[in-house]
Design a protein around this ligand. Structure first.
Ligand SMILES: [Zn+2]
Length: 152
């Protein structure tokens, strides 16, 4: 696995292990034994699964057994990373549309730049932005700008 974005990779590994589609490395829950364990299994020796790093450091585990290579988990990590990027892009788009509305842009202009109709843009975005901000639902209940059903 590459170390291009440690936080995203860690979250991806966690998602992958939680999904149950991959098997955890024998040492995944024993960081004191293998601090460099990558957690996601890539090879199996009988009932024992190891990550790439633990496989490189393997001595007695699986001795005399033929390794069975598992499908490359990094391909699934890329799917998870791409899905996260899509979610972030969607949130960014919703915030941008919300800002455009607060700046007085009509739904027709937002629809035009998005290559859709006023009505389609309004239906898609005319809902509270589900943000990762600390505001409580009550604080969101008070619209700071023109009402949500205002049309132009
Ligand atoms: Zn490992």
């Amino acid at each position: 696995m590459t170390g291009r974005d440690d936080t995203a990779t860690t979250a991806g590994v966690k998602a992958l292990l939680t999904s149950g589609v991959v098997t955890a490395c024998l040492y995944a829950q024993r960081p004191q034994d293998r601090p460099c364990c990558e957690a996601v299994g890539v090879v199996r020796y009988g009932p024992t699964t190891l990550c790439a790093d633990c496989d490189r450091r393997r001595s007695a585990v699986g001795k005399g057994m033929a390794p069975v290579r598992l499908p490359d988990p990094s391909a699934l990590l890329e799917v998870i990373a791409a899905q996260h990027a899509c979610r972030h892009a969607d949130i960014a788009l919703r915030h941008a549309v919300s800002s455009a509305r607060r700046a007085g842009q009509p739904w027709s202009a937002i629809g035009a730049v998005l290559g859709t109709t006023r009505q389609a843009a309004q239906q898609r975005f005319n809902e509270p932005v589900v943000a990762t901000d600390p505001l409580t639902p009550d604080q969101h209940a008070q619209p700071a700008s023109p009402g949500p059903n205002r049309r132009r």
